[in-house]
Structures are given as C-alpha cells and as structure tokens.
Design a protein around this ligand. Structure first.
Ligand SMILES: [Mn+2]
Length: 294
C-alpha cells in the first residue's frame, strides 16, 4: 500500500519488484482515504504501508516511512528514517532494505520529495541520467493530483522498466503527459487567486478545483507573502462542504500552529511535516479555524 506521490510509488515499485509482483498487486487508495482511517476499505491480512506516515493502526503491518511518527505501534513493524540528516525519504529507505534495487528507482523517490538534493543521498549514488529521472518524477507525480488519474499506470512504469529512459519510452507515458497538462491548466488558473489577509499572520487563497493544486499554490505564494503563513484552500477537491487546505510559509512548526488554532479537530488535520501541512475540514470548522487567526 504505497502513498501515490513519486516517493510512495517508487517505494511501492521496490516492494513489488522484490516480491515478483506487478502494479496490479498494489493497494492504491483514493482521494481523501488513508490507511489509518477506521472506515478505510482495506484488504485482509498484514499490510505493507509505505510513505503514509506512522499513526495509530489496529492491525498487523509493516510501515516504512520518513514522516514524524505520531504513534508507537504494538502490532506493526516500523522502519522510519525520521530525524536522520540528511533527510532520507521512503524510496531511498526502501533501497536500504532491498539493496538489489536499481539506484535510479530510489532516486525517483528521493528527488520527488527532496528535489535535486535527493541525488546526493548514498542510496541514490550513481543514479543516471539525472534529466530522465527528473522528467519521470514530474510524470509519475501528476496522476494523483487529478480525480481518477492514472496512478496505477505510473506505478507500472516504475515496476516494469530497468532504466529511466526505457520507462520514458513506454507508450503509456502519454497518459501521464495528459494528466500533467490537465493539472498544469488547473494550477495556472487558480494560482492567480488574490490572497486575502486574515489578521496579521495568515494569508488565505481560496478557490475551487477538482485537481490537487492547493499544496503547490501555497508553496508558490509562500515566499512572496513572507513572513506570513500561507493557506491555499480548495473547496472543489473532496466533496461539497469539505475544504481541503495546504499550509506553507510562516515560521516554526505549522502543525502546532494549526492545532493551537483548532484544538478539537480530528481526522485529516495538521499531519505531514512541520513546514508543510494542511488538512480537510467541514466548512463550519474551517471558518472556526480562520476565525482563530483574525
Ligand atoms: Mn515521502
């Protein structure tokens, strides 16, 4: 059960290769789903949960991850690189566990999460050609950002090819290119949203898009609106009446800032990284969150 960004899919591809299985054997969760939700539709038996974070889970599992652990698990084996310096994302961490993995596959995960710094990790040493790896990262990252995007196709390319150039030459890349273009069009549309100041510390960009554009919109504005916290809120992403939002910029632990602003929020709220977090809330709770900054 890999997360569906480039790091998660690279980690999933490493596991599937080690098991001699194809992309069809992976459990790919849909938008708004996590392995930790009580209502999650999960298969029976032990799970390998890759790049999803470490949160309370009441079933046997192996978790491989690099986010700050939010629970210690009794029934699970947890392999975490959290706290290592330099940061090791899940793809390269998986290569530590499966050293026969080609370096370029670990690099797809590392570059997906860490940018070009990922190439410098020992687990990615010798990963070439860098240009092809960067291109592959941007392509396999695109499908999860669209409703019903071709995530499994992206995973298949990583499982089935032994070289990044061969993966890019696969005709199924056209599906990923199409996803990337569709996503880009949505991003270009909503990134022009005018920010609204909430109190002195928060800048809000609020829009509606079916695409997962809000994290990159928040990142795009964070520098320009410094030192404010930037929140990009998407009313069109999950369901009517649910606001999905990404938080970047500001300073310190943004998860702590959110939790202090809305103490009783549960579910998908203030997880992720200290400098990159967000969540989803019903509109009424979201308005309460904003009011705490006003
Ligand atoms: Mn990751």
């Amino acid at each position: 059960m890999p997360h569906t960004d480039a790091d998660g899919l690279a980690a999933g591809a490493i596991a599937l290769r080690a098991r001699g299985e194809g992309a069809e054997a992976a459990v790919l969760l849909g938008r708004g789903e996590t392995p930790f939700a009580v209502e999650a539709r999960l298969p029976d038996g032990p799970l390998a949960i890759l790049d999803w974070g470490v949160r309370p889970l009441a079933r046997p599992a192996v978790l491989v991850d690099h986010h700050a652990p939010e629970a210690s698990l009794d029934d699970a084996l947890v392999v975490s690189s959290y706290g290592e310096s330099p940061e090791i994302s899940t793809g390269p961490l998986m290569r530590r566990l499966f050293p026969d993995t080609p370096a370029w596959l670990a690099a797809v995960g590392a570059v997906g999460d860490l940018g070009d710094a990922g190439f410098a990790l020992p687990e990615c040493e010798g990963a070439r050609p860098k240009t092809a790896i960067r291109k592959l990262v941007s392509l396999v990252n695109a499908p999860r950002r669209l409703p019903d995007g071709p995530v499994r196709t992206a995973l298949a390319l990583l499982v089935e090819h032994d070289d990044p150039r061969a993966a890019l030459a696969d005709p199924r890349v056209a599906e990923l290119e199409e996803a990337k273009l569709a996503w880009r069009a949505e991003f270009d549309r909503v990134v022009r949203t005018a920010p609204r100041m909430i109190g002195s510390s928060l800048a809000l960009l609020r829009f509606a898009s079916p695409a997962q554009v809000h994290p990159l919109v928040a990142t795009a504005w964070a520098r320009r609106l410094a030192p404010r916290i930037v929140m990009a809120a998407n009313d069109g992403y999950l369901a009517p009446g649910v606001v999905n939002f990404a938080v970047r910029g500001g300073s310190g632990d943004l998860r702590a800032v959110l939790r202090a602003a809305l103490r009783d929020a549960g579910g998908e709220f203030a997880h992720g990284h200290d400098r990159a977090t967000g969540g989803s809330l019903g509109v009424a709770d979201f308005e309460r969150l904003l009011a705490a900054f006003a």
